[in-house]
Ligand binder design. Sequence first.
Ligand code: HEM
Length: 151
Amino acid sequence: MEVLIMAVHILVASFWIGGMLFMVLALSPYVRKLPEDVAVKAYQEVGKRYSFWGTVIGLPVLFITGVLNMKTMGVGFSDLMNSSNSYASTLHHKIHLFILTVILAFVHDFYVGPRSHLSKKFKITARVIGIINLILGISIIYLAARLRMGG
Ligand code: HEM
């Protein structure tokens, strides 16, 4: 069961980060060449679906499977305050970055993103938040790799 939970955690993490990388590296360069109104529509349609699977389903699943992984690794939330334990302290940083990711994802998907056709300000803010969340995601992967090596 522990292996299955970890496999789900890694699968969803791949979707979360992979989806953002796909948008930046594959979708965006193409969509940006389309006429403005078509491009905005494409971003909104793709964004809506990614937001459902990534933000609404994916992030809660990452949290639940992450907490179950903690149980498997024998770490409790009270251990996270122990800064002399490098595993617990790396996990503590990982959870902080995760909380920031969740806040930014909700602001991006449910406030700024749906308004990005209204003004340039919303459009640029949506792009900047998207890129910050990609950087946070990659940083979380780095911390996950450190955990794998013991912290
Ligand atoms: C965007 C969010 C997240 C991403 C991308 C992510 C990614 C990953 C990945 C790729 C691994 C596999 C590393 C390995 O081989 O062990 C992993 C392991 C793990 N994750 Fe996450 N994770 C996220 C959120 C969380 C959260 C919120 C928690 C805790 C509440 C958590 C707790 C753990 C634990 C305990 C492990 C096992 C680490 C070990 O090998 O000792 N993760 N995570």
